[in-house]
Design a protein around this ligand. Structure first.
Ligand code: HEM
Length: 412
């Protein structure tokens, strides 16, 4: 097999259920560059980690647009400036610091820890809702509604508006899939992504104005009233930060919970161990973030100088894809990397990225997945997979099952 089609095969939906052999192939080449103008792919753990910390690679939407990626949808088209995930320092750091004031810094997530009881109640309610059923779709009945409810409460977005904002979130999330970034309908797709961002921005603008008049105990209120050492965010900055948090806050966690249930049902000895010892949930979730990471790759980086990686030069102005899921199974970093083993001593995965853009919501995502999986393990009597592999979502970046049919004998 030649390298000529590896990029295509990684994004090809036909390989979504098991991309890991392709990543193994990718790791054989330090930097894979198959087409003129195409991205440079990196799949080894240490190289990815180094690049995530390298100030010569940029996340700035303007640089990405210059490198030919579809990330340049700028303020003039959508009415919104880029959020901090698409900005470099110092702007990135300023906005992330302000957002952190209302969220709690990563190692002291006060707001998140205070939500533990509330999260457990939402999970119990969803599992009670299975009623007398003997079969569920884990995605639609559990893994999607749970993080949506949580991020809505955290931000202060009405939960009942979910069908409205879902219609705007879907095209935005689809636009992150590299496969949809080329092809005949590109102009149409770009148009619908822009339209969706405008609509979502307008929807959030109403809520933000209302919170400015009557602040509540939620993140939107804190974002509009925050006056820390960095000063306030502008209204436009509040809006793009809210769009980012609303989307990143649930579109990834749904996949972590679903990938988690799928993996535990494929390795039932760990499901049993988790049922007997809920404390194992911490390690189970870390190992899942390594073994089946919901964000498979980070395609939003551009080199702003020539960068040499193991003797290969990535020229200035190139698009770079950091394939986190390939790094997570790099045998140079992890022993027996294709084995799912929550008891492995060292699980320093790349599932939340690393460096200045490392996941802002990691404390929340971890807690949600720990509670969700330990409660499913405890309460479902004799669960089993009804379809393996399950049908996957189209997206190659945010990868996870679209449905996960699970049968069981009852709910405890
Ligand atoms: C960034 C993964 C949940 C908010 C990231 C990045 C990854 C990631 C890999 C780095 C992107 C990059 O380097 O360009 C995940 C996974 C999650 C999850 C796997 C769930 C399992 C969440 C949640 C929130 C969130 C629940 C919000 C409440 C963010 C934000 C950024 C980010 C705001 C941008 C950080 C920055 O640019 O400084 N996430 N995430 N994520 N995540 Fe998450």
């Amino acid at each position: 097999m030649t390298h000529a089609s590896l990029l295509h095969r990684i994004t090809d939906y036909a390989n979504r259920a098991n991309p890991y052999p392709l990543y193994e192939e990718l790791r054989r080449t330090p930097v894979l560059h198959e087409e003129d103008g195409g991205p440079y792919l990196v799949g080894s753990y240490w190289d990815i980690l180094g690049l995530l910390h390298d100030p010569r690679i940029s996340s700035d939407a303007g640089n990405l647009a210059a490198a030919g990626a579809d990330e340049g949808v700028g303020a003039e088209e959508t009415g919104l400036p880029p959020s901090f995930i698409r900005l470099d320092p110092p702007e990135h750091d300023r906005l992330r610091r302000i957002a952190n004031r209302s969220f709690g810094p990563p190692h002291c997530p006060r707001r998140i820890d205070a939500m533990r009881g509330e999260l457990a109640d939402i999970v119990s309610g969803l599992i009670d809702g299975f009623g007398d059923a003997r079969q569920i779709d884990v995605v639609d009945q559990f893994a999607y509604p749970f993080p949506v409810t949580v991020i809505c409460r955290l931000l202060g977005v009405p939960r009942e508006d979910e069908p409205r904002f879902r219609a705007w979130v879907e095209p935005i999330v689809a636009s992150l899939d590299p496969q949809t970034q080329t092809g005949e309908n590109e102009a149409e797709r770009l148009q619908s992504t822009r339209e969706a961002r405008v609509q979502l921005g307008l929807y959030l603008a109403e809520l933000v104005e209302q919170r400015r008049r009557e602040p509540g105990n939620d993140m939107l209120s804190e974002l509009v009233t925050s006056h820390g050492p960095d000063g306030p965010m502008t209204t436009m900055e509040v809006l793009s930060t809210s769009v980012l948090l609303l989307i990143a806050g649930h579109e990834t966690t749904v996949n972590l919970i679903t990938n988690g249930m799928l993996t535990l049902l494929r390795y039932p000895e760990f499901l049993r161990k988790l049922r007997d010892d809920p404390g194992l949930a911490v390690n189970v979730v870390e190992e899942l973030l390594r073994y089946e990471p919901p964000v498979q790759l980070v395609p939003q980086r551009t080199s702003i100088a020539d960068i040499e990686v193991r003797g290969v030069t990535i020229p200035k102005g190139s698009r770079i894809w950091l394939v986190l899921a390939a790094g997570n199974r790099d045998p140079e970093r992890f022993e027996d990397p294709d084995r799912f083993d929550p008891y492995r001593g060292d699980i320093q995965h790349l599932g939340f990225g690393s460096g200045i853009h490392s996941c802002f919501g990691a404390p929340l995502a971890r807690l949600e997945a720990q509670i969700a999986l330990s409660e499913l393990a405890r309460r479902l009597d004799d669960p089993r997979l009804l379809e393996d592999p399950p049908p996957y979502r189209q997206n190659a970046v945010l990868r996870g099952p679209r449905h996960l049919a699970v049968g069981f004998e009852g709910v405890r």
